[in-house]
Design a protein around this ligand. Structure first.
Ligand code: C5P
Length: 331
């Protein structure tokens, strides 16, 4: 009899960060979550995962790179357990459960930053585990696993720019981005728990007037029909204020407001907030231009002419938005 594990090889996956170019909160649901209308785009900034089948019954995780908190609490374990339960005996070595995996995670996306790093790791884990096991799940079952793991996970499982609605489970790909816009990310070292921001949003929700929803619908339509980098960058001013969570995040992290203003002054650009924050972003025509801006920010921080909130220097990173055709896994 052939050993099913011998046919299985390690699998490598990139888990990209995301940016919310718009984020409209359009309602509160009975389950306590919020209905969103948000344009999500993946970035070249990405965590890297490798998943290798091992003997034994316990999945393991080894994390390198940025601080990701206690490994035992990592969403990778929940993603493996959920994917294994969904597969059941439906893998080549079945009918027993799919084998334990040894996962290596190289963390490059700051955690609790509004960049979706944990959710992306979860999606990459599910996708990579299925391949490592030689198992398949139909789209419905994959989406169910993803939605169970977190609101942002279905977006990462789909891949590519998308309009995200509902709690996050409705993902409509947007194929019209022409080119590769650069993005500067500045993440102060103040982890912002998403639930706290939504709780603050509920306390002040009278501030929502539908303007962000309109900006979001407009951008989604343009990104569906076709939008050049120059036209996207020209819309940065509108997009920078197209986030209904901004006032709530400002309540949770008041120091972010003057920092955002100072950053905008230093760079002469509109500055947006990704998701529930605290990551701030600026759009550029290319990753090279974003890299120049990153140097300006680092120099201003070093010289003391720009002061970031938090106990240490912020994460400053030049990256780019990934269009649909560039999406994929590493060989
Ligand atoms: O689904 P996930 O665990 O990523 O969500 C984290 C928190 O963000 C939830 O507990 C909820 O407070 C809030 N949330 C929400 N509506 C969404 C997504 C997240 O209220 N659509």
């Amino acid at each position: 009899m052939t050993d099913p594990l011998r046919r299985l090889s390690p699998v490598v996956r990139l888990a990209p960060a995301k940016l919310n170019l718009t984020l409209a909160v359009v309602g509160r649901r009975d389950d306590g979550y919020h209905s969103l209308h948000s344009v999500f785009v993946p970035l070249t900034l990405a965590d890297r995962l490798s998943l290798a089948p091992v003997g034994g019954h316990r999945d393991t995780l080894h994390v390198t790179g940025l601080d990701a908190g206690p490994p035992a609490d990592n969403i990778v374990f929940r993603a493996l357990a959920s994917a294994r339960a969904a597969v059941g005996g439906g893998w080549p070595g079945g009918p027993g459960p799919a084998p334990a995996l040894a996962v290596r995670l190289d963390k490059r996306i700051p955690v609790a930053a509004g960049l979706g790093g944990g959710s992306s790791d979860a999606a990459a884990t599910v996708d990579g585990a299925l391949e490592a096991w030689g198992a398949e799940l139909d789209d419905h079952a994959r989406l169910a696993v993803a939605a169970y793991l977190g609101s942002d996970v279905p977006f990462f499982l789909a891949g590519g720019p998308a309009l995200v609605e509902g709690r996050g489970e409705q993902v409509a790909p947007l194929h019209g981005l022409r080119g590769t816009p650069g993005v500067l990310l500045v993440t102060p070292v103040i982890p912002v728990p998403t639930p706290e921001v939504f709780a603050a949003f509920d306390a002040i929700r009278s501030h929502v007037d539908g303007a962000v929803r309109m900006s979001s619908a407009h951008l989604a339509e343009e990104l569906r029909a076709g939008l050049t980098v120059a036209n996207l960058v020209a819309r940065a001013g509108v997009l920078a204020s197209a986030n209904d969570l901004l006032p709530a995040t400002a309540l949770v992290v008041p120091a972010l407001v003057p920092f955002k203003r100072a950053l905008s002054r230093s760079l002469g650009r509109p500055i947006g907030l990704s998701g529930s924050g605290p990551t701030l972003w600026a759009l550029y025509a290319s990753e090279g231009e974003a890299a120049v801006a990153a140097e300006v920010v680092r120099a201003a921080l070093a010289a003391g002419s720009l002061t970031a909130p938090g106990p240490s220097a912020p994460f400053v990173c030049a990256t780019a938005i990934v269009g649909h055709s560039q999406q994929g896994s590493e060989p």
